[in-house]
Design a binder for this molecule. Sequence first.
Ligand SMILES: [Zn+2]
Length: 223
Amino acid sequence: MIWIFLGAPGAGKGTQAERLRGDFGFVQMSTGEMLREAMRAGTELGKTVQGYVTRGELVPDDLMAEILQQRLAQGNTGNGVILDGFPRTVRQAEMLEGILARHCWQLCGVVYLDVSEEIVLQRLGGRRNCPQCGANYHVVTMPPKVEGRCDRCGAELVVRPDDALEAIRKRLEVYRRQTEPLVNFYSQRGLLERIDAGGAVDEVYQAVKSVISRRWKRCLAGE
Ligand SMILES: [Zn+2]
């Protein structure tokens, strides 16, 4: 049984998936982790991946799909699998449909964490990081005791390049262009569950949990 999480950067996909893992016994499969695993294993596929990574190129869709297929076929899938980072485009979603159909794996639902751009900018733009010890802060939700200083080591906090407003806007733009069309794609297939993810983590999780419980029962019943 497969689950997909969709949502803009900063929507809370990782946090929510992590909680589900604990409560439902799901396994999370992230594209980054799968690629690293393939390279470590040193298979033919892994060597091909290595080539792309060494050249600093994106791993092509069909290669990523092949890696995902192999990982799913290995087993160790707990009570279900949450896909993290795949599919990212409609083309990848179509490939995934093919893989699932071939193996009789079922896509139980697509959880869409919907947040406004304003909230994303607030969440990601407020992040601060200590370059000395790696501690993370947030100007609103987790401020340091002294503004701009690390509680642990006193170093001056910085904004990671990824969290700079310009970079966030760019990531949002890529997301809107490539990934947002998946909302329609899965909605047309009756798989989409839209959840307002602008609230507190616990609140959002309650909504996610109830959606998953309901869908899970249907999935087990083979509906
Ligand atoms: Zn520090």
